[in-house]
Design a protein around this ligand. Sequence first.
Ligand code: SAM
Ligand code: SF4
Length: 344
Amino acid sequence: MSMATTLPAAARRGAVPEMVDGFGRSIEYLRISVTDKCNLRCVYCMPEEGLPWLRKSEILDYEEIAEIVRVMAGMGLKRLRLTGGEPLVRKDLPRLVAMLSRIPGIENIALSTNAVLLAPVAAALKEAGVDRVNISLDSLRPERADVIARRPGTLARVLAGLDAAQAVGFDPIKINVVLMRGENDDEIADFAELARDRPFHVRFIEVMPTESNLELSASNFLSCDEALEAVRQVGSLEPVPGPPGNGPARYFSFPNARGTIGVITPMSHNFCDRCNRMRLTADGQLRPCLFGTIQTPLRDPLRQGGDIRPLIRHTLRIKPEKHLLVQGSSEGSGGLIALSQTGG
Ligand code: SAM
Ligand code: SF4
């Protein structure tokens, strides 16, 4: 079926309301990658040798990011997430947060981080206007965490970041665990117990294929359905609404638990029909989907003083209906080497 015939009538006439895509989905959430660089090299995300990094002149400065958000907020954007690469490797992130939190219409700012650098800046980020944090943590065993992150001393620093996030009052705190058969699947029960005993929302994520992880994403794939089976060995689970957020997770909880357990299932049960987001890469490409080749460069038109509104409307209009990922194949990922390039 051609794209033209699958679009709703209003979209075919070109009468798409602002921040609603061609399939009638309301897009009020922008994930902003503030840097392509990272202090870790997680095995499922980045190649060990890193990537061809963007030059400083190619990266949006904070004023440019804020200007794009200001324009989109005028069109109906409401919620932001700062991500990367690792957002905390970018200098003075609280300054950007403070700029974004002052933009009329922006109701919520979240941060995705590996938390290695979080402890010393947690209070400043909260003060500047970060409402929520998601922390990536794939193993609770020190040696294994280092192997997965390919950096020594990772776990102790992440746990310090987690404690600092709690101490300064971030709530909810979500912990993202990428599932890998044979790597961390024997820790599913430990993570479930963490969500029972501490006020954390542990979310298991199915690994998605990119150019740099094709073998791992095929041979080590573990579905969230299997992870939930392992969690049920710890105790009986009931579906719960889960913490506030913008994401596609489905949540469960043990009776009287302090936290929840979420599952994010991009591969086994895709949730594209509920997609509410676009992405802005560090070099200013507006991407309507995490995967695929569609992106609109906003940086140069912005630097030339142009009106970027028509470019944003166009990107919304061509947002694909769904991703076409195939596990173990680069088909459908649009040549993406690593999720760090688009913010995950
Ligand atoms: N560095 C930050 C972090 O790790 O939270 C933010 C960027 S990272 C790309 C965002 C999220 O994407 C993390 O939770 C990470 O675990 C997840 N991620 C990265 N590559 C992935 C993949 N191939 N499949 C599934 N999740 C992935
Ligand atoms: Fe870095 Fe996050 Fe990718 Fe790990 S998942 S390599 S922390 S960007």
